[in-house]
Every structure is written in C-alpha cells, then in structure tokens.
Write a protein that binds this ligand. Structure first.
Ligand SMILES: Cc1ncc(COP(=O)(O)O)c(C=O)c1O
Length: 377
C-alpha cells in the first residue's frame, strides 16, 4: 500500500483536538428548543371537519382544518419542524437573523417562532403576496423583503443570509427532511387517529397540494410506512411545474409566471417534492379552485384560502369517480389556511374580473355534482 508522504508512519501521531463547545450558546440552545417544544405542548390537535355529501352515496369527505394552528395555517407544523431542525443542527444562532423564501404562509409561522426564541426574521416574498400576510409577518416582529420575480426568491434569500451572517432556512429544500414522516403526531398520523371511529377509517384517497411538496411527501411516506391502501393525490394549480414534472419525469421543468393560488404551485420542481411517493396528480384551473372555496363556504360556513379550493376540487372529482364506480369509502383533503387572508383576492369579484377568471361554470359543476353525483364534462 502506498502511504501518502505527509503521513509519517515512523513515529506515533499526536492527537489533534479542537473543542468549539460554548457554554453560553448551549444554554441559549437548550432554552430555544424548550420554547419551541413548549409551544407544541400547549397546542391542541386540528379538527377533521366533514363536508356534507348525500348519505346514500356511502362516501364521506373530510377536511383536516389546519387553519386553527396558532399562526393560522398548515405551515405552523413546518415552521416548528424547520426551527427544531435548524436549532439542533447548530444552524440557527443567537442574535443572527433567520431568512426565508416564502409565498407568505411559512413566513408568518416562522416569524412567530423567531420571535418566540428571540432572533430577527426576514421574509423574502413575491411583491404580489397578500397584504394581510405581510401584516401578520410584521405583527410577529418579522421584516418583509420583496422581489419582483418570484423565481429570484431563492438567490435573494441566500444573498441576504450571506450579507447579515444569518441562516437561510430554505423550506423548499428542507421541508421533506425536517418533518418526522414516520409519526410524532405529523399531519398524516393525526388524520388516521381521528378517522379511527369513522365508518370508513382508512381513506381511499388523501388529496394534498404542493408548495414545498413537504406535506404530500410526509403523507405519502407515512401511508407507505404504515402499509395502508390509501392513495395520495396532489392537486396542482396553473402556472406551476409540479404536474408537468411529475407526468414527464423531467425534474428540470420550469414556468415563467408565478402561481395565483398563494402557497402552492412553484416555478421549478422543488427539492422537497418527492414525485415517486405520489400516486396521482391533477392540474386544476385557478377558476375551479376559487369556485371550490366559495362552495366550501356554502357547505360548511367556513372561508379558506385558494389552495384549499384546489385540493377540494380534486377531492370532489375523486368522489364522483367513486360514485360512478359504486364504490364506498372516505376521502380526506386539507383546509390549509383561512379565507380572511384573501378577502381582496379569492373573495373579491373585482380581483376575479381583473384576472379574467370566470368561476361560474365551475360553481355550476360543483352544484350539479353535489345534486347528482355525476362529474359534468
Ligand atoms: C396555503 C398553503 N397551502 C398549501 C401549501 C402546501 O404545503 P407544502 O409546502 O407542504 O407543499 C402551502 C405551502 O406554502 C400553503 O402556504
């Protein structure tokens, strides 16, 4: 064997020893982790709501209501996981800012956790982000930094982190691995536990939407790990490349416009989206997503964001297929965040007109489906 010249074999090697332990930092770290864990400990589980369908169909449709988290969206779970991951990896440091690229919801939740542990927070977001989300980020003590082109969010965040000595959280890369997909009360485990006393406890389908892809990855991995028969569908809006990337297998697809459905739909295949774990994808017109959230309000008296509509539209299509096949069972989708964040968008007819969106045919389709069980072509 050839021995590299710089390694001497003729005399015993000295022990090299670098100790970077820092008592003050470790004390801060312990306290920060305790505060994040304590927040989880104070929190209750989110509800599983029923969307009324005709009893005779033998199909039950549910929405996991993630809008009731302290920061109002499913991103509360992700933000908690990312903070714990960043803290335990030694990436988040006292007094150093946390920076995140976000379409808004993650930033609201991360601003909350940054404040909880006492570090500054900067959200890098598209300029079109809803005013209410910006207000919430600032309410939690965060700062908003806008970019005109949503595709530039990633590099702008990395640049800000380098400039400030902060940590770029990078949800789009780390969402899938920061979340405990085997259990630990993740969103999927919680759904299955809440379904235990239902007439069809194991859902035939769970429908998710994708921003980072982390939620769909967690659900799909959990389903496979637990050996359930449930199938997982991801609903994608317009101006997003997940559907095309998934159907063609091309991880390099991009789109040149930002999604109108806040929180979901991305201009590139995000690293946290795990295509192989997903059974099915649907591409949903934005007008259908808005029609579905309006129908949700009529059905259960709750307003939700556009991404909830994207998932609900796909879930209703699956329900109609089950009716047609004479199949009974349950379908679960997510109520991702509340509608009061989007009064100037999905609940504004002026916004719809400005966007050239006509929701009338899609509303009629939902009304007809709920009356007859048949999906109108
Ligand atoms: C409102 C809303 N719905 C759904 C999602 C999708 O979640 P995920 O990032 O886990 O794919 C997001 C993500 O940002 C969101 O903000």
């Amino acid at each position: 064997m050839t021995v590299p010249q710089h390694i001497r074999t003729d005399e015993p090697m000295a022990t090299l020893d670098v100790d970077r332990s820092d008592a003050a930092y470790r004390k801060w770290l312990k306290e920060a982790v305790r505060k994040v864990q304590a927040d989880a400990n104070r929190s209750a589980d989110t509800h599983l709501l029923r969307f009324p369908l005709p009893e005779t169909w033998g199909i039950d449709l549910y929405l996991k209501d993630e809008s009731t988290h302290p920061t109002g969206s499913l991103k509360h779970r992700l933000a908690r996981s990312l903070f714990l991951y960043g803290l335990c990896n030694g990436w988040i440091r006292p007094d150093r800012p946390v920076i995140e690229a976000s379409s808004g919801s993650t930033a609201v939740s991360e601003a909350y956790f940054a404040k909880l542990i006492g570090v500054p927070f900067i959200a890098v977001m598209p300029r079109t982000t809803s005013a209410e989300k910006c207000r919430l980020i600032e309410f939690h003590g965060g700062r908003c930094h806008f970019v005109d082109d949503p595709r530039r969010m990633y590099e702008a965040s990395a640049a800000l982190a380098a400039e400030t000595g902060g940590h770029y959280m990078d949800q789009f890369t780390y969402a899938e691995r920061a979340t405990d997909w085997r259990g630990n009360n993740n969103i999927a485990e919680s759904v299955y536990r809440q379904m235990e006393l239902e007439r069809y406890p194991e859902p035939a389908w769970i429908v998710a939407t994708a921003g980072t892809g982390g939620t769909s990855a967690t659900i799909a991995r959990y389903v496979h790990y637990m050996q359930y028969d449930t199938r997982v569908c991801v609903a994608d809006p317009e101006n997003s490349c997940f559907f095309e990337g998934w159907t063609t297998g091309d991880a390099g697809v991009t789109t040149d416009r930002g999604s109108r459905i806040e929180g979901i739909g991305r201009p590139r295949m995000e690293p946290s989206f795990v295509p192989g774990a997903v059974d099915r994808m649907m591409k949903v017109p934005d007008a259908a997503s808005v029609a579905a959230v309006r129908a949700l309000e009529e059905a259960i008296g709750r307003r939700a964001g556009g991404s909830t509509g994207t998932g609900l539209w796909s879930a209703l299509k699956i329900v109609s297929e089950m009716v047609a096949a004479g199949r009974t069972g349950s379908v679960v989708t997510l109520l991702c965040d509340p509608g009061d964040r989007y009064l100037d968008k999905y609940y504004s007819d002026d916004w719809l007109a400005a966007q050239g969106l006509d929701i009338a045919p899609y509303r009629a389709a939902i009304t007809s489906l709920l009356a007859t069980g048949v999906w109108p072509d």
